[in-house]
Ligand binder design. Sequence first.
Ligand code: ARG
Length: 472
Amino acid sequence: MKMWSGRFRQALDPQFERWQRSFDFDCRLLRYELAASAAHARALKNAGVLSAEELIGILEGLQQIGEMAATQAVPEEQQAPGQIEDVHHFVEKQLVARIGETGYKLHSGRSRNEQIATDLRLYVRAAIDELRASLSDLCAAFTDRADHAGIAAMPAYTHLQHAEPVLVAHWLLAYVEMFLRDADRLADCRKRLNFCPLGSGAVAGATLPLDRVFMAEGLEFSAPTANSIDATSDRDFILEFVNALSMIALHLSRWAEEMILFSSQEFAFIQLPEAYSTGSSAMPQKKNPDLPELVRGKTGRVLGAATALAITLKGLPLAYNKDLQETQEQLFDATDTILGILPLVTGFMAAVQFNEARMAEAAQSGFMNAWAAATYLVNRGVPSRLAHEQIGKAIKTCLEKNCELQDLSLEELRALNPAFEESFYQSLTPQAVLAIHDVVGGTAPARVRQGVAAARKKIETLREEVHPHAHA
Ligand code: ARG
């Protein structure tokens, strides 16, 4: 039986019937549909709509459906293709097949509009928990590498031009900051979505005296949603979540771009791990950065999903409209994409090799000590603008002679400013340059060690939040 065929005189056009169904994708919401249905059934019993035996029958039936789905993929659909409209219909049919007409009582006083809103909130909430756990693993992989990199140095770039030397660890910790912010953003999104639509009905509330607080508590929501019109039509949490995924995708794409660049023969800063690279069918020498390239490429689909969602929601009148069904596939695809990427990047980061000698060499060339050189003069009372100009002139000489600042003689330097002394050369080594930035967030080795420790602490906190019972 359909869920709504009573008033219809004509059968549906078969092509339309197939086309409007959502079961192909909303079958993914089954476990949430079952959990929400159980919470609703308990409220029906408390409201006197179900007897104790009927409740037990329904709960057992729901549990059996869950167990069947865990072992077999939607068998009913295979037996009766095209018969099932959506996940709500599926559960009803399965329940009636198991416990008879009592199964039809489950739908008392509720609408699919509140159900889908509830299922989707539960789905996003679980996805957030999974993503935050995955992000904590990713951050741990970056932090481990930062820890092991010790005092290895590399160039930092601005405009992709040599800027200043930094510790490899400092560079790696930059990514940890991005991904920790992402985890935080997801937690924030979770807080805002964690309200229970059950009892909102189709738009104007439940037709039976259902205890909404009881249902919310049963599903571990903070409270019932505040407004039934909003609750049945709100998909802000999906848009917000997928926008948070977009930000993760953007961060991953920046990482991917650096991996691709740094693995090129021109940079040669890293060696691609063979377990995560592929060869060329034509050119025998090739080892290609397919993993970061695909990560970079997949940014497009996640950002595309966020855009598609915003456009689907734009201009929709209140409250439920079938358009909202279109939000599901974008949500699932964006979630799958990011959940699929994170463990791979974690594995890649544990395996990638840093060519520390090459990075150190690059950290000592290209006048990356120029700002430090100007600072040397500033520390000797030279006004900064003049110091900048004089070091600029020294660099002009170097460019003509094809050498670095430390290769100029003291005579040449003193011709620019008598304040130069022998100690100048000492101030130009990468170690000395790194040591200048001895402030919180700077790249002095002691500061970076503090950064590693601070990152570890944040990751630990994140892990405790994601697995609150692990330490109990
Ligand atoms: N498959 C629908 C969706 O995803 C479920 C809600 C159907 N509600 C309705 N009034 N037709 O939005």
